[in-house]
Design a protein around this ligand. Structure first.
Ligand code: CMP
Length: 136
């Protein structure tokens, strides 16, 4: 099963990319695609469309367009659920010890990594960054 991760601009700027990739590989994920991306405002708005009405939408778009990010397609059994477990809660202060967000995130917004939250969203998000993989 495939899922999508994004190493967010805060973690890329802090040079945590290599450690996060090592963590993902140690958890059994295979990296099937990887691309450094600089999201435009339009692309970030489209990616986070479901959050458009939330109060954190504008700051989220602004943060996600603030610098380069790394989009990754990851494969493993139970990839979606396992990746959610490995990254930890949205708020790093609530994330379990040893999770990627607990280790590398600074705040609820600058939280180091994104992961698809369902198999349906994983298919949509993989296709968003890697259209050649199709929506399956
Ligand atoms: P992500 O998994 O990328 O999906 C939505 C993002 O919104 C989430 O990570 C957070 O970085 C961001 N966000 C910012 N503020 C909040 C908040 N108050 N509640 C939930 N998500 C938030």
């Amino acid at each position: 099963m495939l899922t999508l991760a994004i190493i967010k601009p805060d973690a890329v700027a802090a040079r945590h990319t290599g450690k996060i990739i090592a963590h993902l590989e140690a958890e059994g994920f295979h990296i099937r695609e990887a691309q450094m991306v600089r999201l435009t405002e339009d692309r970030a708005e489209a990616f986070y469309e479901v959050h458009r009405e939330r109060p954190f939408f504008r700051p989220l778009v602004s943060f996600m367009t603030s610098g380069p990010a790394l989009a990754l397609v990851l494969e493993r059994d139970e990839a979606v659920g396992h990746l959610r477990k490995v990254i930890g809660a949205t708020d790093p202060a609530q994330a379990e010890v040893g999770t990627i967000r607990r280790l590398y995130a600074q705040s609820k917004e600058r939280n180091a990594i994104h992961a698809s939250d369902s198999p349906e969203n994983a298919a949509r998000e993989v296709a968003f960054f890697f259209p050649s993989r199709g929506k399956r």
